[in-house]
Write a protein that binds this ligand. Structure first.
Ligand SMILES: Cc1ncc(COP(=O)(O)O)c(C=O)c1O
Length: 340
């Protein structure tokens, strides 16, 4: 991999002209939060009303997300997910729920037709979880996160900012129009300043140590029952989201992510590793390079990526209640990240 491109994993180019998410989503209202989980909690509180307080989630999901349901007084039910990351069964077999979550895994567009059929039959609210794919669009050009009743973003996963989530809904949605925007924190704060001061160290330190330092800065996150019930702090959204964003250039960001993806795909295929997705669709802005690693090949995968200063990280930390019976294709996903 060329040094120049690898360096952009750690220091994405800044915007030529600062931008607002609103520019990409005309016709939509946006509310900002510190985390995608807080955005989901607020959205569920607003739309569930007297609907059954259950939310239908994919079995392939971070356990942490359950804290949003807990905060909205809702409980989870699940649908199965196949190795292609589509629902493994038709919606007629899914349990009933007041809302259903479709996930655009790693910024790849989920086919929403099954979800739309379920929502039309049951009256469930359809939520498009695009936590991973800021700037990603489907093949028709529609931005992921704008194709359902509610859209969910986790901007901090794409932009070098300390935190940031967003909830997107149509301007004419009566249930959500009155949702207030929480006050923002001061511009960046101490953690943001430390994070950007540390960023130049990322390349010489390598992914593992830099990631460890960032996690320590964020406050150690221990997956498990606690993170499934309590929303993460801080509560107020980061001040950097209150004004136009200069932290990354949208167009350049999509190209750099696609270039990194294709480079890693060719490297890792040569080593015998298979990507999770057969191809990279047009308009997709990938969050990371997701690939499959069998138990016996973990060390080989680690060495293959270490040569690039990167590291394979497992995804997701499954919900505690599902982890023990999860199929192999939920446990062998590894990600090489495009932002540290
Ligand atoms: C698919 C998915 N949705 C939502 C979230 C929640 O985003 P946040 O970490 O900003 O709360 C995550 C978190 O990692 C996720 O992987």
């Amino acid at each position: 991999m060329s040094e120049g491109l690898l360096a952009t994993v750690y220091a994405p180019p800044r915007a030529r002209a600062p931008w607002r998410l609103e520019q990409f989503l005309p016709g939509f209202e946006i509310r900002y939060f510190s985390f995608g989980r807080r955005a989901l909690a607020a959205g569920l509180k607003a739309v569930l009303g007297s609907s059954p307080r259950t939310v239908l989630l994919p079995e392939l999901i971070c356990g942490d997300l359950l804290c949003a349901l807990a905060a909205a007084g809702a409980s989870p039910v699940f649908y199965r997910v196949g190795p292609d990351l589509r629902p493994a069964e038709g919606p007629e077999r899914w349990p009933s729920a007041g809302a259903v979550l479709a996930v655009d895994y790693f910024g790849f567009p989920q086919d929403l037709s099954l979800f739309q059929a379920y929502a039309a039959r049951t009256g469930a609210v359809l939520i498009e979880d695009n936590a991973h794919g800021l700037f990603s669009r489907d093949e028709s050009g529609a931005f992921l996160g704008s194709r359902a009743d509610l859209g969910l973003f986790s901007l901090r996963k794409t932009l070098p900012i300390p935190d940031g989530g967003a909830l997107v809904f149509r301007k004419d949605d009566e249930r959500l129009r009155a949702l207030p925007q929480d006050a923002f924190r001061g511009p960046g704060g101490l953690r943001a300043a430390l994070k950007s001061a540390l960023r130049p160290l990322a390349l010489p330190l390598g992914a593992r140590r830099f990631h460890g330092m960032l996690s320590a800065l964020r406050g150690a996150r221990v997956p498990g029952a606690g993170s499934e019930s309590a929303l993460p702090s801080p509560e107020a959204p980061c001040g950097l989201l209150a004004s136009p964003i200069a932290a990354a250039d949208p167009e350049t960001e999509v190209s750099r992510r696609r270039a990194l993806y294709l480079l890693l795909e060719s490297r890792l295929r040569l080593e015998g590793f298979e990507p999770v997705f057969a191809s990279l669709p047009a308009n997709t802005a990938p969050y990371a390079f997701p690939f499959r690693v069998k138990e016996a090949d973990q060390e080989r995968a680690r060495r293959a990526l270490a040569a690039q200063g990167l590291e394979p990280l497992p995804w997701p930390d499954l919900p505690c209640a599902l982890a023990a019976r999860a199929p192999a294709h939920h446990r062998d996903i590894r990600l090489a990240h495009f932002l540290w």
